[in-house]
Structures are given as C-alpha cells and as structure tokens.
Ligand binder design. Structure first.
Ligand code: PLP
Length: 431
C-alpha cells in the first residue's frame, strides 16, 4: 500500500518496481486499448494460444489419435488440469474436476448434494447472488417437486451496499436449512466475504455449504479444504484467461466420497463412471473416482485446451504475488477516485479494507451506463452493471498502474466535459 498522492509519476514509479511487469508481454493486449475487464473475459496469452493450437495440430495430424496419444492426451486432460487448478483453490487434486460450465456444475452439485430431509429442506442464498445461481436453484427445486418460494431463504441485504456477515451468520442458524450458497466475491460490489467464517458456521449448524468462486479464482489464493467448504464452482474465462465459454471447474470435498473414493453423481453420464470401466459399455454403473465423477459427457476439449497454457503465467507469478499486485492496483484506483472523481459525484462502491475486497473496483455514478460507453469509445474497456456501477478490473498479469491512471483520467474528462451525454440514448446489450 502506498500513501503518496496519486499522480502519473507515482503510477510510473509503481510500474518500474512491479515484479510482475514482465508477464504483460505474454498477452495479446488489444492495440490502443486499456483493457480493464479481466473479471468478465480475461485476455488471450501466448501460452493459452499455444496449447489450443497444439490440440488442433494433433487433431489435424492424427484424428482420433489425440484421445490417447501425444503429450497431453484428451482422455485425461481434465484430470491433469484438475491437479493444477486444485492448487489455486486449496484442494486435493481429486477434489477438483474440470468440466461443463459453471451453471451446469451448479446443477450437478445440487443434484448430488441437495438431500432434503423432514424439517431440513431450505437453501440459503445472499441478496446479491448472481442470477444464474438463483435460476439454477429455483429450477432444481421445481424439478424436485418443491416450491422455490417456500424453500429459498434470501439472507437480508444489510443496511449498507455490502452484505453484513453477521447477518449471514445469523441466517445460518435457521434449523430448516439443508444448504447455503455464497459468492466468494460479490460480482457487483467486489466485496470479498469471510469464507473461512461462513464455511465454519455453516458446518457447525449442519448446513452443506457451497461457494460460487467465479470472481476469485485466478486472482487470489483460496483454502477450500481448510475452510471446510462442501462444494464450489467457478469459470476459467475471467481471471484465469482461458477464453470465452471455456470449460469450468468444481470442487467436492472428499467427505462426500464413499469409502472407496467413489462419487455417485446426481447427473450421470458415461464420463461419470470409473474411467477403467468406461469402455465396458456396461448396464452396470461403476461410479467414478472423486470429483471427476461429476463430469457428465465428452469434455469440450477445444474449450479446455487453453486452460493448460493460461495456467502457466499464473503458476509462474504465484497467487501471493498476483493478489499483492491486485490489491495494490485496486488501492491505487481508489486513491485516484477519491482525489479526482469524488468531487464529480462518483462514489466508491467496493470495500476499502484489503481483506474484504476482490479484484475489481466499483465506481457508482448516476450516469454510469453512458459513461461506461463513452470510456469504451475512448479505448478504455470497463463494464457496467445495473443500476449505477462501472466495474474496473485490472489484471495483475497484464495491466499497469499507468493504465489505471490513464483510465481514470479519461473518466474524469468524460465527466467534466459531459461527453457521456451523447451515449445516453445508445442501446447496448452489454456495456
Ligand atoms: C458470479 C458468477 N456466477 C456464475 C456465472 C455464470 O457462469 P457460466 O455462464 O459460465 O455458467 C457468472 C458469469 O459471469 C458469474 O459472474
């Protein structure tokens, strides 16, 4: 953390001493852009491009030979990636599966772990949960013949813009809860929850606890085993930079394995069976080992291959250094916002405490949407979330402190000159 007045010179000094500066050259940073959308879609690295092209080469050269041949056979690619991703989330290799999408994994985990019993049927979620989590949960309960309006408990939103953990903890004491699902980082505000505490309290109350870690994997360390979470899910296309729609990840604590290490998937397919018996094509179902049993069908190899390369810069940089730079960048953004943007009606909508914030900074302003469009027109790429939030997500691997400075100078200029007004009527699906 630094306490100097924010300035271009300070930004340049921070860039000069940045231990991760060399990683930027590994990425394709779009020409003329300041890309601050790493929490929506991370940029392509040369490493990820290489591992994707290697699969295409193998397919071109050997056709079906790629399933079992070469350095990285497609048949076991998910398992070899799980071992590496497990380190990023604080789990054993067999507790992680690389499979499906985040939303499908949530369905899979609900099908596998939601076991309502008399008097214990309800599922707790927070008031700021990402829509897909709510939709998946509602549809799952409906499929079980339950009424989502009865069974979903939404924890109070708290008096401030941020979730109040004491209220979440109180909500966990409800004896009718079977399960709770929390975000690691709230996608709008960037609030990082105290996951150790929430998991511990959930377990003390006999509640199965799951985490949506979409906004934290790749940008900070996790300790799923130590926290005692039951399950988690995340995508790899945000901070992990593995490409649009890339195959997702899930975690299943080994307390849900049977005595032989097998897992009975709620949603089963031929990739949920024990790998050794897969080609028996048997009517009998031999459950797969560990979390990998939660795969369902043939993996999307072309969407999984970039993960291999995308992991490399992260592994080389190390999550501790990534987190340290991420916090320094978000701190710097907030300092600039305080000094230069607060007088123009901007408010910081992200927790100030480093222990309570993730990788992005949310700026609130009543004209956030047209301002976000005006920024894009100037080559600065943030995103906008309703009703009034501009999210700025600097990636420790490819962004610089100077870019943070320049991006907020552009925003200041847009606010001062009211350049955003020309975008007020611009229709846009995602901004
Ligand atoms: C917090 C959160 N959860 C879930 C998802 C959805 O995951 P997917 O569309 O990959 O299934 C997203 C996507 O942005 C997200 O931000």
């Amino acid at each position: 953390m630094n306490h100097s007045h924010p300035s271009r010179e300070l930004a340049q000094r921070l860039d000069t001493t940045d231990e991760l500066a060399q990683f930027r050259a590994r990425f394709f940073v779009p020409e003329g852009q300041i890309y601050l959308d790493g929490n929506s879609l991370g940029l392509l690295s040369r490493d990820a491009e290489r591992t994707l092209l290697a699969v295409l080469d193998r397919w071109r050269a050997t056709g079906i030979g790629g399933w079992l041949g070469g350095d990285s056979p497609w048949f076991t690619m998910a398992e070899s990636l799980s071992a590496r991703v497990a380190k990023l989330v604080g789990a054993e290799a067999d507790e992680v599966a690389i499979a499906n999408s985040m939303t499908i994994n949530l369905h899979q985990l609900l099908c596998t772990l939601y076991q309502p019993k008399a008097g214990r049927t309800k599922v707790l979620i927070d008031a700021h949960s990402f829509p897909t989590d709510r939709y998946a949960l509602r549809s799952h309960l409906q499929l079980r013949g339950l009424d989502p309006n009865e069974e979903i408990v939404i924890a109070p939103a708290g008096a401030s813009r941020f979730l109040d953990e004491d209220e979440l903890v109180d909500a966990l004491a409800n004896p009718e809860l079977q399960m709770a699902l929390f975000p690691s980082i709230v996608y709008t505000t960037g609030q990082l929850l105290d996951l150790e505490r929430l998991c511990r309290v959930a377990r003390e109350n006999g509640v199965i606890v799951g985490l949506d870690m979409s906004h934290s994997v790749g940008v900070m360390p996790h300790a799923l085993d130590d926290w005692g979470a039951d399950f988690a899910g995340w995508g790899h296309y945000k901070w992990l930079n593995s490409g649009p729609g890339s195959v997702a990840g899930l975690y299943l604590n080994r307390r849900h394995f049977d005595d032989e290490g097998m897992v009975h998937a709620g949603l089963a397919g031929w990739w949920s069976v024990h790998k050794e018996s897969m080609f028996e094509m048997s009517d009998e179902f031999f459950p797969g080992l560990g979390a990998s049993a939660l795969q369902i069908g043939t993996p999307a190899v072309l969407s999984m291959a970039p993960i291999d390369g995308a992991l490399r810069p992260i592994e080389e940089a190390g999550l501790e250094r990534i987190r340290a730079k991420s916090l320094a960048m978000t701190e710097f953004l907030m300092q600039i916002a305080d000094a230069e943007l607060a007088p123009l009606g901007f408010q910081i909508g992200t927790p100030r405490d480093a222990k309570r914030r993730g990788g992005h900074v949310s700026l609130q302003h009543e004209n956030a949407q047209p301002m976000s469009l005006a920024l894009r027109a100037r080559g600065v790429v943030p995103d906008f979330r309703k009703p009034d939030v501009i999210r700025l997500a600097p990636s420790p691997l490819y962004n610089t402190f100077s870019e943070c400075w320049d991006a907020l100078q552009a925003l200041k200029e847009i606010a001062v000159t009211r350049a955003y007004e020309e975008f007020a009527a611009t229709p846009s699906l995602v901004t």
